[in-house]
Design a protein around this ligand. Structure first.
Ligand SMILES: Nc1ncnc2c1ncn2[C@@H]1O[C@H](COP(=O)(O)OP(=O)(O)OP(=O)(O)O)[C@@H](O)[C@H]1O
Ligand SMILES: [Mg+2]
Length: 455
């Protein structure tokens, strides 16, 4: 269902179109009796397609097309004219209309044009997102539905200068996400400054973030810019923001509100246009409830939130990640490029990487390269803890078989459920439907039996 706008000074006709479009295609339809009202509505409502009469007193259809163009509103427009003048319609197309229809035509054709226009717009949006990704190199690998959704969210949030909060387990790729936000932001050519809030000793946090004047405290022998100032118009990445101490939290909040910093020992404030991206592997809402993190600061930071899915929720990314890690690690070690045997890969794909996500996988790959003398890495080179746990889940060929029918059946079931959940982005009802189960409760029951839980 989409929101459409029909603009015609002939209200009964506009109402007829609106009625048909609701009835035939279930769209929500708004009506404007003049060009002026239409412009007001598109400035306010998320209209996805406009059906526009060319002949209207005052601001006519051409004036509306011009105004849309001037305001860079790219909502598709379908025009019609009461005079049956083909030339005028062609002219409207030149002015940016997507298509024209005849008032005499069956409404089914109108519906079809509307759907085409909306679909085309959607595809163009998607292409723009992908192009922005392809134009620069992203280090963030993974084509699973969860990763694609994340990349999409990054591309949407990045150009908007408000703060971004990245949530994700340890080693899941939060820093890569922060770098992508920077890469796709308006300040991409400006500095990316990272500060790990957990790594700084208490006395240094504030000076590190906000800077200090000479003599501000014992040991402050020179004036020093803080991270905010160093980031300039670029990005300030505040890693492990949940570890920030209360005093620093209060100051950070003030800086975000006033968009200016005051160096320690100074009374002068300096404007800070830097875009703030913060990351955490903790549940900050819980930290707020426990009084360890300021609610107002969480509010400020959490304008856009990006959740990095843990690796176990996107096991289909493992082949791509493992191959990539193998290539870069072999290069780094200066050894010949090794290959993963299908059985080794099957073990990696059956483990849940709960300790450290992609970083854990990276360490496993390193150890496997060291453990194998041959060009091919076999299941025997997979680290024992990974192998032992994965063996419970991996297909029997990876471990050499020897399991009972019931074990194999259970494993088959588990793999089917996991794959279906991933395909449906862990939407329980949708997955249950795809699998032909009675309802979501039946799926939950099976998931419990196999200890499958979304993190
Ligand atoms: N999607 C990915 N594609 C390629 N490499 C990845 C991906 N995700 C993570 N990595 C790699 O895994 C390692 C950990 O990633 P990163 O440091 O971004 O995680 P993190 O979430 O910031 O972890 P921590 O919570 O420990 O700070 C890095 O070496 C990174 O390059
Ligand atoms: Mg990190």
């Amino acid at each position: 269902m989409s929101t459409l706008l029909v603009c015609d000074d002939n209200t009964p006709l506009a109402e007829q179109y609106a009625y048909d479009l609701r009835r035939l295609a279930g769209h929500e339809v708004l009506i404007a009796g003049s060009g002026e009202v239409a412009m007001e509505i598109v400035g306010r409502e998320p209209v996805e397609c406009i059906i526009l009469d060319l002949e209207m007193p005052g601001m006519d259809g051409f004036a509306v097309l011009r105004a849309l163009r001037e305001r860079a509103i790219d909502t598709p427009v379908i025009v019609y004219t009461g005079t049956g003048s083909y030339d005028r319609c062609v002219q409207a197309i030149k002015w940016g209309a997507y298509a024209f229809i005849d008032k005499q035509e069956a409404v089914e054709r109108v519906v079809r044009e509307v759907e085409n226009a909306i679909e085309r717009r959607r595809i163009l949006d998607e292409v723009a997102v992908l192009r922005r990704y392809a134009d620069g190199e992203s280090a963030l690998l993974g084509g699973s539905p969860a990763m694609r959704a994340l990349k999409d969210a990054i591309a949407r949030a990045a150009p908007i200068p408000s703060p971004v909060l990245i949530w994700g387990e340890s080693g899941s790729g939060k820093e890569l996400v922060a770098r992508d936000v920077h890469r796709l932001s308006a300040g991409a050519r400006e500095p990316f400054v990272a500060v790990n809030c957990a790594a700084l000793p208490e006395q240094l946090v504030e000076s590190e973030l906000f800077g200090h004047e000479r003599g501000a405290f014992t040991g402050a022998n020179v004036t020093r810019k803080g991270a905010f100032e160093s980031a300039g118009r670029g990005t300030l990445f505040l890693d492990e923001i949940g570890e920030l101490l209360p005093a620093a939290q209060a100051k950070l909040l003030r800086v975000l509100e006033e968009r200016a910093v005051v160096r320690l020992g100074s009374s002068r404030s300096v404007a800070t246009p830097a875009r703030v991206v913060a990351a955490t592997n903790r549940d900050l809402e819980e930290a707020v409830r426990e009084g360890r993190f300021r609610r107002d600061l969480l509010f400020r930071l959490n304008v856009h939130s990006l959740r990095v899915p843990p690796l176990r929720d996107r096991l289909s990314d493992i082949p791509e990640l493992a191959e990539h890690l193998l290539t870069i690690t072999c290069e780094r070690f200066g050894v010949r490029r090794k290959r993963l045997s299908p059985n080794a890969l099957a073990l990696l794909s059956a483990y849940d990487w709960h300790l450290n996500n992609v970083r854990e996988l990276r360490n496993a790959v390193e150890r496997m390269i060291i453990a194998s003398d041959d060009e091919v890495i076999g299941p025997e080179h997979v680290p024992a803890e990974v192998r032992d746990e994965a063996a419970l889940h991996a297909p029997p060929s990876a471990t050499g078989g020897g399991r009972t029918f019931l074990e194999l059946k259970a494993e088959g079931e588990r793999q089917i459920i996991l794959a279906a959940l991933e395909r449906n982005e862990w939407h329980i009802t949708q997955t249950a439907h795809e699998l032909g189960l009675a309802d979501h409760a039946s799926l939950l029951k099976i998931m419990r039996r196999h200890h499958i839980a979304r993190s």
